[in-house]
Design a binder for this molecule. Sequence first.
Ligand SMILES: C[S@@+](CC[C@H](N)C(=O)[O-])C[C@H]1O[C@@H](n2cnc3c(N)ncnc32)[C@H](O)[C@@H]1O
Length: 287
Amino acid sequence: MAVKTPLKWAGSKARLMPELRKHLPEGKRLVEPFAGSCAVMMNTDYDEYLIADVNPDLVQVYKSMAYHTDALLSELDALFSAGALGDAESRAIFFYAVRDNFNLSGKSHGEESVAAAAQFIYLNRHCFNGLCRYNKRGFFNVPFGKYKKPYFPEKEILAFADKAKRATFITAHYSETLNLLRESGDVVYCDPPYLTESQNFTAYHERGFNHMDQGRLARRLRRLAEKGVPVVASNSDLPVVHNLYAGFDRVQVNAPRSVGAAAGSQKMASELIIKSPAISAVRLNQP
Ligand SMILES: C[S@@+](CC[C@H](N)C(=O)[O-])C[C@H]1O[C@@H](n2cnc3c(N)ncnc32)[C@H](O)[C@@H]1O
C-alpha cells in the first residue's frame, strides 16, 4: 500500500509508486523539481531530498507541515470543525469565505504563514475533486466539492513532518532547481504537467507548462544524462514525447488518470517512465 499524502493531487504518483520505485535510481539525494503532493518523497527512502515546486502555495504547505506541525494541525482542526457546521448551504458559504480569505490575504503573509497553509489544505480537501486551479489573477478558483465527510489528513501530516527531516523545500522553477545539483550522489525525478494534445489540463499553476517548456525540459534532462546524472521522468505516452526523449529508455505503464472536467472519474491511461542509463552509454546528437 502506498503511503498517502496530506493533499489530494491530480497527477499524484501515489498509485504508480510500486512500479515507479523499480525505476528510480539509487543515490544519496533525490532531487524532485515538480514535487506536487510529494507522493514520491513519501514512498521512497533516500537519505536526503531536495523538494521543489513552482507553486508557492504548495511549498508554504510543505514548510508548515514540516516546521510548524502542531500549530498547523490546530489551525486545520479549527477550519475543519467550523466547516462542518450547519447544512450544506452554510458549509458552502464557509468554504467560499475561506477561499476569499486565502486569495485576498493568506498569500500576503509570505511563505511561512501557517494560517494560509491550513487554508490551502482545507480548500484542497473540500473543493471539487481536490483540484488546484487558479484564474489569470492567480486566485485559487476551484468550487466547493460537496463531500459528505471530508478527510482530515492528520496521520498523513505527521508522517510528512517525520519524512521532512531529511528534506529541503524550495519554491523554484525547475530550471533553478536543476542548477542546484551536486557533483555526485544526486538523482533526479521529474514529473512535469503532462504533455496533452489539448494542453488544457496542465494549468496546475497560473504560469502553465506549454509545449515549449516540455521541449526545454527534455533538452535539459538530456544534457544532464549525458553528464552522467541519473535522470528519470514521467510523461504521457504520446508520439511527441517519444520524440523528445529519443535515446532514453522508455517504459510504458498503465496509470490511473483523471480526465478533463470529469476529473473525479478516472480511467487507465498509458504513460511513460523515461530513464537515462542508455544515454550515458551512447551519446546522442539530439538538439
Ligand atoms: C504532475 S504534478 C507532480 C505530481 C507529483 N509527482 C505527485 O506525485 O504529487 C506537476 C507539478 O509541477 C509543478 N510545476 C508546473 N510548472 C512547473 C515549473 N515550471 N517548475 C517547477 N514546477 C512546476 C506544478 O505546480 C505541479 O505541482
